[in-house]
Design a binder for this molecule. Structure first.
Ligand code: HEC
Ligand code: HEC
Length: 415
């Protein structure tokens, strides 16, 4: 049963490793994370396209990166009405956003292997809702995605319309509830980014690392674990290989383009916004380069992360989803990174929690990280690591597309 759902997912191109491996054990904590995301980053996507009257919810930047001749959703899929005009590769991110906002799986709206069918009532309702939502944003917020599915649904299929009576109010004043938040004096963003760089060993030490090979295990699927390897090469090549039961699941970035493959399926080349995330993950000198990733940074007090107090450094730029970095107030190390991928109906959040920092060759490297998205997460625990060893570039190259009717000749060139 569960497996079938996974396969249904895999049969459709979807994002980054996580969705390539996840049966989607729901994690409510994750849905809650989307709250802050909505308020912080929702203003980044213009929705209306005056000329055509269609929505072009792409941020201008990604739209610019769109490959010429790229298909629209209605050209690639069979039954698109409400989302006409969006690039085809934005359809699945939109579906991920919708599922996360309502706290449901794809089959809440879709008939298995007949995604174009309108047999399920919630799908028809959802279509009306998409139109309603885009209208609200167009008529009230200049087309910015301020009101999204999540604004009303908050992780539930049925929104709540009546204010709740909270426990504190019943218990009366003085009951243990939310502590008033003090307004501490916050350090400057540059100070925190410098402290982070120093904490991991400093620029010279970080830049001396030219490659990194990590072996360990992936923990997911409710307690299952699989052998995993991650190869990185400066400046920004990276491939992670998970040895699943049926074969290898691979997520890679070759310095220009990301791709992923899962057992029994052709490799999926990443879309523009997936590429941006993959490049970020692949940056071997991230602590040095982080300062240059966004033109502006600001600081806030962050939530407790892995039991540690944090400062939040947020990178932001008009027309681009923000980046949120949570640094340990004591050690200065990066404990959490949150990034967002644009979709036509809202931003899809990814959270990476770093832990088990160990020193090797003069730099501190996290030996454990947990990648979470609404409804699913997995953890990588590194058991053994080598740095500055030769890594063949071929490791990062995408396999040639599986085409049964390839003309005779060099299907595979060396290199
Ligand atoms: C709350 C309802 C809902 C959920 C949950 C949902 N979808 Fe959809 N899906 C829709 C609607 C509505 C459309 C049609 C959009 C339109 O008319 O523009 C659609 C269209 C699609 C299509 C295009 C089908 C075609 O050929 O016309 C695909 C593929 C798809 N969804 C995949 C998914 C996947 C994968 C998931 C789970 C991540 C998912 N959907 C979750 C409502 C939903
Ligand atoms: C302005 C608030 C609001 C927004 C925004 C909103 N919804 Fe809804 N939605 C509702 C309300 C209220 C209901 C319940 C209506 C009822 O009781 O019949 C509902 C019901 C639904 C249902 C039916 C649930 C069921 O169990 O049958 C679906 C599916 C749905 N919404 C999908 C979406 C999607 C997808 C989005 C984003 C594209 C969205 N909604 C955005 C308010 C909203």
């Amino acid at each position: 049963m569960k497996r079938q759902r996974v396969i249904a997912w895999l049969s459709i191109s979807c994002g980054i490793l996580l969705c390539a491996i996840g049966p989607f054990a729901r994690s409510h904590a994750q849905s809650q994370n989307a709250t802050s995301q909505n308020s912080q980053g929702a203003g980044t996507a213009p929705v209306s396209d005056e000329a055509s009257g269609k929505h072009a919810a792409q941020e201008p930047k990604s739209a610019g990166q769109r490959a010429a001749g790229q298909k629209l959703a209605e050209e690639q899929f069979k039954n698109i009405q409400a989302l006409k005009g969006i690039p085809a590769d934005q359809l699945i991110p939109a579906m991920q956003f919708i599922s996360a906002s309502l706290g449901v799986e794809c089959d809440f709206c879709h008939v298995h292997e007949k995604m174009d069918s309108d047999d399920k009532k919630p799908k028809k309702t959802a279509r009306q809702m998409i139109t309603m939502m885009l209208d609200i944003d167009k008529n009230n917020f200049d087309g910015r995605l301020e009101v999204t599915c999540y604004t009303c649904h908050r992780g539930a299929a049925m929104p709540v319309s009546i204010p709740a009576i909270r426990d504190e109010e019943v218990a009366g004043p003085g009951a243990p509830g939310k502590k008033p938040v003090e307004n501490p004096v916050l350090p400057k963003p540059e100070e925190l980014l410098d402290k982070y760089l120093a904490a991991v060993g400093g620029a010279a030490a970080v830049e001396k690392i030219t490659s990194r090979v990590q072996k360990g295990k992936l923990m997911a699927f409710g307690g299952q674990s699989f052998p995993a390897e991650v190869y990185s090469k400066a400046p920004d090549k990276r491939v992670s290989v998970m040895h699943l039961k049926d074969g290898d699941s691979v997520t890679a970035f070759d310095g220009k383009r990301g791709w992923l493959s899962v057992p029994g399926r052709p490799a999926h080349m990443m879309s523009a916004s997936e590429n941006d995330s993959a490049r970020l993950d692949a940056d071997l000198h991230f602590p040095v380069r982080v300062k240059t990733l966004y033109p502006k940074y600001k600081v806030d007090s962050g939530e407790k992360t892995g039991g540690h107090d944090t400062f939040l450094v947020m990178g932001y730029e008009e027309g681009r989803p923000p980046l949120r970095l949570y640094f340990d107030t004591q050690t200065g190390l990066l404990l959490r990174l949150m990034r967002y991928a644009q979709s036509p109906v809202g931003l899809n959040p990814t959270q990476i929690d770093y832990a088990d920092y160990r020193e090797a060759d003069g730099v501190k490297v996290p030996f454990r990280w947990t990648v979470s998205r609404p409804g699913n997460h997995f953890t990588i625990q590194v058991e053994e690591m080598k740095q500055n060893v030769p890594v063949d570039d071929a490791k990062f190259a995408a396999p040639p597309p599986a085409q049964p009717a390839t003309p005779p000749g060099p299907g595979q060139k060396p290199q």
